[in-house]
Design a protein around this ligand. Structure first.
Ligand SMILES: Nc1ncnc2c1ncn2[C@@H]1O[C@H](COP(=O)(O)OP(=O)(O)OP(=O)(O)O)[C@@H](O)[C@H]1O
Length: 280
């Protein structure tokens, strides 16, 4: 962990800076960024970022627009590649693979395997418009994981129950509200049984009256499953409810992190105070 992430007091985390480690010290690392730099042209969006997320923890990334939060999720989905540094998911590098005892840039097959552990829900629901709800959820488990169709459907029905949409399984996405479509997208991501769920401002495109239903589903998932969550959101009450750790980003660096009660009530950093006073 770089000195930049060293918590300002003992409450924020242990001295080695692992942001979501609990005091038991038995946590398992699930995601690890080591010295990750991402540039777009001359603009350095992530600047030698070190970040660890522990298995089963819920981490929320907050910070001003353009501070690099979505870039982190896109790197994890391999929609982007870092310019420098390594990213690990579980025991495997996402960015590299071992060949003949050497670490070389990861090939497509390796990336696809590691990425199976990661599910993402986007701001725009990205459902397949020509497929009914049930098939939207079973498509990837059948074609990517090779799951038997009946087993995939059984799992899809369980997930539709979880997101409160059982009666809509035979509809097309356009026959659903935005909030319902987003709940299908959540079920679809979970159908792949990922270890980690990435949530990128999943309520930003919704009409205000539909936001609460989606957040309630996510709260339920956070509180009743052991899935790891990495979440970018402007919904600070939601972040407070579900997070084990809140990380404040500014200009591609984590400037402060800790449990939500600390970050929201007693932020140490002036930039965090400014940001929170604008959004709370
Ligand atoms: N594909 C791209 N090409 C060029 N610049 C990009 C690209 N993607 C992101 N950026 C720039 O990188 C910076 C960080 O973007 P990012 O979306 O990660 O920020 P963010 O913290 O998620 O912001 P917001 O809260 O507004 O979503 C921004 O200045 C953005 O314009």
């Amino acid at each position: 962990m770089s000195a930049d992430h060293t918590p300002p007091n003992d409450q924020a985390g242990p001295a080695d800076g692992n942001p979501s480690r609990t005091e038991t010290g038995t946590d398992t690392e699930l995601i690890r960024f080591d010295s990750v730099t991402k540039r777009f042209g001359t603009h350095t969006v992530l600047d030698s970022l070190d970040m660890t997320v522990y298995s089963g923890k819920h981490v929320t990334l907050i910070g001003p627009s353009g501070s690099g939060k979505t870039t982190i999720l896109r790197l994890l989905m391999t929609l982007l590649k870092p310019d420098e540094g390594t990213i690990k998911v579980g025991p495997h590098f996402l960015t590299h693979e071992e060949k003949a005892g050497k670490l070389v840039p990861a090939g497509e097959k390796h990336i696809r395997e590691v990425r199976k552990n990661i599910g993402m829900v986007f701001q725009q629901f990205n459902l397949f418009p020509n497929m009914k709800v049930l098939r939207n959820i079973t498509e990837a488990p059948v074609h990517v994981l090779g799951l038997d169709k009946d087993a995939a459907e059984e799992r899809a029905r369980e997930l539709l129950d979880l997101v409160g949409l059982t009666e809509h399984l035979d509809k097309y996405p356009t026959q659903l509200s935005g909030g319902q479509q987003q709940r299908v997208a959540i079920a679809r991501a979970l159908a792949m049984r990922p270890q980690v769920l990435l949530l990128d401002e999943v309520t930003s495109a919704l009409d205000p009256e539909l936001v609460a239903g989606v957040l309630d589903v996510l709260r339920d998932i956070a509180h009743t499953t052991d899935i790891t969550m990495l979440c970018v959101t402007h919904e600070m009450n939601f972040a407070r409810d579900i997070s084990d750790c809140v990380m404040m980003f500014d200009s591609g660096r984590v400037i402060e992190f800790g449990p939500p009660e600390q970050i929201f009530s007693e932020p140490e950093h002036e930039r965090t105070r400014e940001f929170l006073s604008a959004v709370l």
